[in-house]
Design a protein around this ligand. Structure first.
Ligand code: HEM
Length: 161
């Protein structure tokens, strides 16, 4: 039922052009990697701060800056990733690695939204410099690190299997 839609997607004129282009495909791939870099480059320091590193600096300082760069990175990774997907939609959709990667992206996004909600509920004392974060935030930060690194590794493996 879904296969004809995927074949239709693969056969669109701009997708065929992207697949066979010497410059466009690497450019979209570079956009995907830029998005991934921004996402991971924001998530890692943010999660490490929630786990207790750099307590001299207010946690909300990390949150204010890094949630924006991470969200932009995720947006770029999703848009460019979706374009890469269209070039071989049937194969990717049937790949267990790709399915696992998408499942983990959804888990990572849900976890990030949950962390944002818990953070909004914190008192000023909890967020003060030097205070350690509640266990729920620390567990969420650890899960976030594991999930996004796994997505990164699965993404890289996709090119080999
Ligand atoms: C909805 C979101 C995403 C989609 C649809 C998507 C899709 C893809 C596709 C189709 C490829 C090409 C695989 C190949 O070489 O055959 C790819 C590569 C890759 N993806 Fe994603 N991706 C998404 C999000 C992410 C995220 C969030 C990360 C990292 C945290 C990530 C990390 C990677 C990496 C590292 C590669 C390999 C790049 C390379 O070596 O050229 N992807 N992705």
């Amino acid at each position: 039922m879904i296969e004809p839609a995927l074949v239709f997607l693969e056969e669109l004129a701009f997708v065929s052009a992207l697949r066979s282009s010497t410059f466009m495909y690497p450019l979209v791939n570079a956009g995907h990697i830029l998005g991934v870099s921004l996402l991971i480059g924001g998530i890692v320091p943010l999660d490490l701060r929630l786990l207790g590193l750099w307590r001299r600096y207010p946690v909300m300082m990390f949150v204010a800056v890094l949630r924006v760069t991470s969200a932009i990175g995720l947006g770029l990774a999703v848009v460019c990733g979706a374009l890469l997907f269209t070039t071989a939609a049937v194969d990717y959709a049937g790949s267990r690695l790709f399915q696992a990667k998408m499942g983990l992206v959804l888990l990572g996004v849900s976890n990030a939204l949950m962390l944002a909600r818990v953070l909004r509920r914190q008192t000023v004392q909890n967020l003060a410099m030097g205070a350690s974060m509640p266990l729920s935030l620390q567990a969420g930060a650890l899960l976030s690190l594991v999930v996004w690194f796994s997505v990164l590794i699965l993404g890289r493996l996709l090119g080999f299997f």
